[in-house]
Design a protein around this ligand. Structure first.
Ligand SMILES: [Zn+2]
Length: 323
């Protein structure tokens, strides 16, 4: 049973909004493009792993994708969590390219890519740390834990995994996404003793879902004064559509739209915070009339608070910023 699906990471949605509004030759364009492409690659790898997991008979497993749980002034993140009554398997996904050599005795992994050598922390150790944090978290909520068997999925199909010291740890815990079935079955067979009752398992899943806190990138360092304001043309992507009568017109390609402002409003809430006044939104959309703006906003699912000039708008339930 899948108790939590994987959604598009919020970072991807935020980086897309930033890139849309950074001027073409802005010095930080490459930095955000790089962040976005790394996140997209990781997400693609995770979705592929999800597919292989969905192919396994998971009638005895509860699956939670993409968890981030606050614990002890920090957060721990688990890409995929498989829970049964007798076993917990956290799976960490790594979208690394090139040749990957694992050295668990020194807690490191070396990546060889395009003639370069780069050292990373050992992913096995990382997933073990996450498992330990989850165990402590469950204990702090009075749950006894079944055994943990953390795994590492290398989700880039082009990567070459090497285990130069022939460590059992590596051969038992590291795998390519299509091999997940053969990694987890031995553990499912090994641990048959039920530690968690069905109601406890349900309570744990509910607790994890309640505590999940999606990661949001810190936007304090954004070059706000350089971000382009205005409504984007859905046809040619030029920013700065004009509001004429009851529709938007593109000065560049002539395209007209009745609702192009909706995407711009989402960008505003994503980049400037989840609350805005009429005048802030007018400035962002490039409209001069207070009344026209108020009319336009009243047709959308936005919550309002305060009156007149102090009235603020926040996204309502169906005005989702994240899909
Ligand atoms: Zn256009």
């Amino acid at each position: 049973m899948i108790a939590k699906n994987r959604l598009i990471p919020r970072e991807i949605i935020i980086y897309e909004a930033i890139l849309k509004r950074l001027p073409l030759n802005h010095p930080r364009k490459a930095e955000f493009e790089n962040k976005l492409s790394l996140k997209r690659a990781g997400y693609k790898g995770e979705k592929e792993l999800d597919y292989h997991i969905s192919q396994i008979d998971h009638s005895k497993l509860t699956i939670l994708h993409d968890l981030r749980i606050p614990y002890n002034d920090t957060h721990f993140q688990i890409d995929t969590l498989l829970i049964s009554n007798s076993l917990i398997i956290p799976v960490d996904s790594k979208y690394y390219a090139g040749t990957l050599e694992f050295y668990p005795e020194f807690n490191q992994m070396i990546q060889y890519l395009n003639g370069n050598e780069k050292v990373y922390p050992d992913p096995i150790l990382q997933t073990k740390i996450q498992a330990r944090q989850l165990k402590a978290f469950l204990k702090s909520h009075q749950f006894s834990s079944p055994p943990f068997e953390p795994l590492v999925a290398i989700t880039n199909s082009q990567a070459l995994i090497k285990n130069p010291t022939q460590s059992n740890e590596v051969s038992q815990r590291v795998f390519k996404s299509p091999g997940i079935f053969y990694k987890i079955v031995p553990y499912l067979e090994k641990y048959q003793k039920e530690i968690l009752t069905d109601p406890d398992l349900k309570k744990i899943v509910k607790l994890l879902l309640r505590k999940h806190t999606p990661y949001l990138p810190n936007l304090k360092e954004l070059p706000y004064s350089e971000l382009q304001k205005g409504v984007e043309c859905p046809a040619c992507h030029a920013i700065g559509m004009e509001r004429l009568h009851s529709q938007w017109g593109c000065r560049k390609c002539g395209f007209t739209s009745k609702d192009a402002h909706v995407a711009a409003l989402k960008d505003y809430f994503l980049l400037y915070g989840h609350s805005a006044t009429n005048s802030q939104l007018r400035d962002f959309l490039g409209i001069s009339s207070i009344h026209q703006t108020r009319r336009m906003l009243s047709k959308l699912d936005l919550n309002t608070s305060g009156e007149l000039k102090g009235r603020t708008y926040t996204p309502g339930k169906t005005f989702s910023l994240w899909d």
